[in-house]
Write a protein that binds this ligand. Structure first.
Ligand SMILES: Cc1cc2nc3c(=O)[nH]c(=O)nc-3n(C[C@H](O)[C@H](O)[C@H](O)COP(=O)(O)OP(=O)(O)OC[C@H]3O[C@@H](n4cnc5c(N)ncnc54)[C@H](O)[C@@H]3O)c2cc1C
Length: 384
């Protein structure tokens, strides 16, 4: 067992932190106020090689292990978890899904452009009546001669507003339930495809989500990805990587809150001394730091298991559940330490506080991960 970061990991950690400080942090405030994601970041990340660290080099990634990738994601998210997620979610979730389930031809057609930032890809599973329970998916794919006819609606889809390529799940035969679900891929200029941005957000305002509608959209038969009946299992591989990203991102968010709180506690003077000199503030700082360390090592551990190909269902839920709940707690404490200044957007803790709640929802809600852990430990499912 070795807890030291390698020289390569330290190099990527510094490089990603510099990118976060220089390219993301300065634009977050404006993006939040305008509720608008800056798409230019995708190409900037690609130019630095930071867009798809975990993807194989032959498809435009860096071919790095998951611990090093998690270290990069953690550092990027010190500036903004929402902005980083919108920037790199294509290579993380749908591209990983396609990498595992697609044919060589399908992979060559889409992956290099996505991993190099030339095209944006979304993964669309969730619908108005199908959130945590994907068995409720209502989007249909009906075979008509040499094409599929697609109808349905997907909501809260990261970058759904402007993505060039969409990987989505549809029902081919409702009578077969989960076994009737299949994955498909389409491009945004296909007739029958439309999308609108999600507005009015109270959290993740600098990120990007949209609603996608398929109205009698025709796709060639070879636009199905993988086998019918395996869609959810295939999707879970991409979602597993998204969960690792969210755990790492939550550590980065919390780390930024801690750094800002320490600086503020050393500088802000009340009752004749820096507030960091009051024992109650030190208690909060100590609890923040301790919980962040625990989140970080749960995350690195499952990243290592994932790299080695070990079964890690329970451990991924430990990391995603604990790190995101910790980030929410830490961000709340950070705002309190900053007092009224924490409630305005001059300090990063304000937007971290807003975003932290969303991190506990996407990639599987806290309850879904608790149920997964319970099921893994007890051998009894409590999902239904
Ligand atoms: C910023 C953002 C980005 C997103 N990006 C994408 C994307 O790119 N692609 C995509 O497909 N989706 C995306 N989503 C959707 C996200 O995956 C879903 O919101 C999430 O899976 C939860 O579904 P839901 O919101 O419908 O909640 P529900 O499933 O309706 O859950 C509501 C509440 O009930 C609880 N609950 C549900 N079932 C149980 C149970 N059996 N036991 C106990 N509690 C239960 C949940 O934990 C939750 O607290 C995104 C969402 C957000 C906010």
């Amino acid at each position: 067992m070795n807890f030291e970061l390698s020289e390569q990991q330290l190099m990527f950690k510094d490089m990603a932190r510099k990118f976060a400080d220089q390219e993301i942090a300065p634009i977050v405030k404006e993006s939040l106020r305008e509720e608008k994601f800056d798409t230019g970041l995708i190409k900037k990340l690609a130019a630095q090689g930071l867009l798809a660290p975990h993807m194989p080099e032959e498809y435009g990634g860096l071919g790095l292990d998951y611990v090093t990738s998690a270290i990069i994601w953690e550092s990027l998210c010190t500036a903004s978890l929402a902005v980083t997620q919108a920037s790199i979610s294509g290579p993380i979730q749908p591209a990983t899904n396609l990498l595992d389930a697609g044919t060589d031809e399908q992979k060559q057609k889409y992956l290099p452009a996505v991993c190099q930032g030339e095209k944006v890809m979304s993964g669309a599973v969730v619908e108005p009546n199908a959130g945590s329970d994907s068995s409720m998916i209502e989007t249909t794919a009906v075979k008509d001669g040499d094409k599929w006819i697609i109808n349905g609606t997907k909501i809260f889809i990261t970058n759904g507003e402007f993505a060039d390529i969409i990987l989505f799940i549809a029902q081919k035969d409702k009578s077969k339930g989960l076994k009737g679900l299949a994955t498909f891929i389409c491009e945004k200029d296909t007739p029958g495809f439309s999308s609108t941005p999600q507005k009015g957000k109270i959290s993740w305002r600098a990120g990007s989500e949209g609603t996608i509608r398929f109205t009698d959209m025709e796709l060639p038969l070879d636009s199905q990805i993988g086998e019918t009946g395996r869609a959810l299992r295939d999707a879970l591989r991409g979602i597993d990587t998204a969960r690792l990203f969210l755990a790492a991102g939550a550590v980065g968010l919390a780390q930024s809150c801690l750094e800002s709180s320490m600086k503020y506690a050393q500088e802000r003077v009340q009752f004749g001394k820096p507030i960091g000199g009051h024992q109650l503030i030190q208690e909060i700082i100590a609890d923040m730091a301790t919980r962040i360390e625990a989140s970080r090592w749960l995350t690195y551990r499952v990243a290592d298991m994932k790299t080695r190909g070990e079964r890690h269902i329970k451990e991924m839920s430990y990391a995603k559940y604990f790190a995101t709940e910790t980030a929410l707690w830490v961000a709340t404490q950070a705002v309190k330490i900053h007092g009224s200044f924490g409630t305005i957007d001059d300090y990063p803790v304000g937007h971290h506080y807003q975003d932290a709640i969303t991190a506990t929802i996407l990639g599987g809600t806290a309850q879904m991960h608790q149920l997964t852990i319970g099921q893994q430990l007890l051998g009894i499912t409590a999902f239904r």
